[in-house]
Design a protein around this ligand. Structure first.
Ligand code: TRP
Length: 350
């Protein structure tokens, strides 16, 4: 993490990042890597409980984000949820977090007996200036897949976004099918005009055009740019392995319509190896006017292995459109436990 901070001009924040991430990781952070993972976290393919991402902003600056699952010493869905809530209390002592939105919906997403692959994840977001930002990710399928729609509808309306759920449903690529599934409900824990509520959908077995039709729901989305980005990073599709994911951003609840749209391409499933993934990512950054030098440095900060000898270091690449912060984000795996071997099958799927 120190190397990553240095790579993207955030070396002055490195001590703070290391301290907070160590706190959030808890027992998983001090465990030797020769031991198997304490918990089979879905944060990353090799079950590392942390994933890094670098956001390339339009003004040329960079943001570092760590997606983290708090793992309890004796892990389990309820135990990890309790560990995450305790970590949140510690974060709130250290930083001025606004938890009012979270408090509004937590009973929906934190049941006694959580189901699904995760209950509560955090991202810890560091920019050059100002306090870090904390975001919580909740699982729409935490009460089972069948309840996801009603959970999301209720949560949005409690937060004042009446009509937004119907708006999203009206723009689902394949209405009535279970191929478009709500995968995350996320909240910025800050009390500002740019604090977001984000709703993510995974589009299983979708073509680029199908995923793109979800973008139509957001005023800010330029569908031609979305199509160009998807093809540059993911190839022609259809996307039959890991799904394309879209997210809609809701800001102040003055309108049912989402203000921003992002598309996440799981590049690792559609390339043979990370050399190809990096090449495609470079091209995508260039075509959106972003300098690639920091990307090269960030990749080298995370691994020293030859890129063609594995796949999955670059996990997703996303395009963010509309307020509050348009740009491109690259998700980098820690590969703490394992490097996936290059795969011809993946290249074939692209
Ligand atoms: N590892 C999971 C996946 O790839 C969850 C995840 C981590 C994810 N980072 C992400 C999903 C970024 C979408 C975008 O599905």
């Amino acid at each position: 993490m120190r190397r990553l901070c240095l790579a993207i001009g955030l070396e002055h924040r490195a001590d703070e990042v290391v301290e907070v991430v160590a706190d959030l990781l808890g027992p998983a952070g001090t465990r030797g890597l020769a031991e198997p993972p304490l918990w089979r976290s879905d944060v990353a393919d090799d079950h590392s409980p942390v994933e890094y991402s670098v956001a390339f902003e339009e003004d040329g600056s960079h943001t570092l984000r760590m997606l983290i699952e708090c793992v309890a010493a004796a892990p389990g869905p309820r135990q990890n949820m309790a560990a995450a809530l305790a970590a949140l209390d510690r974060l709130a002592e250290r930083y001025p977090l606004a938890t009012d939105k979270f408090d509004e919906v937590r009973d929906l997403f934190l049941p006694e007996d959580p189901q699904g692959v995760f209950t509560l994840w955090f991202s810890f977001v560091v920019r050059s200036e100002g306090p870090p930002m904390v975001k919580v990710y909740l699982n729409p399928e935490v009460r089972g897949q069948a309840k996801a729609d009603s959970l999301v509808r209720t949560a949005l309306s409690r937060l004042g976004f009446t009509g937004s759920f119907d708006w999203i449903l009206a723009h689902q690529p394949r209405p009535g099918s279970t191929l478009d599934r709500f995968s995350f409900f996320a909240l910025d824990l800050e009390d500002t005009a740019s604090a977001r509520v984000k709703l993510y959908q995974s589009h299983f077995a979708a073509t680029a055009a199908e995923a793109q039709s979800a973008a139509g729901a957001a005023d800010a989305a330029d569908t031609a740019r979305v199509a160009e980005f998807t093809a540059l990073v993911g190839g022609p599709g259809p996307f039959l392995r890991r799904p394309l994911v879209s997210s809609h951003t809701f800001l102040a609840s003055d309108s049912a319509r989402p203000k921003g749209y992002s598309l996440y391409v799981p590049v690792r499933d559609y390339v043979r190896d990370d050399a190809v993934a990096l090449d495609r990512t470079r091209r995508a950054l260039r075509s959106f006017g972003v300098d690639t030098a920091a990307l090269e440095r960030a990749v080298r900060a995370v691994t020293d292995r030859p890129l063609a000898e594995g796949v999955g270091l670059l996990a997703h690449v996303s395009l963010r459109m509309g307020p509050p912060r348009p740009g491109v984000t690259v998700y980098l795996s820690a590969e703490a436990y394992e490097v996936n071997r290059p795969s011809r099958a993946r290249a074939g799927a692209a």
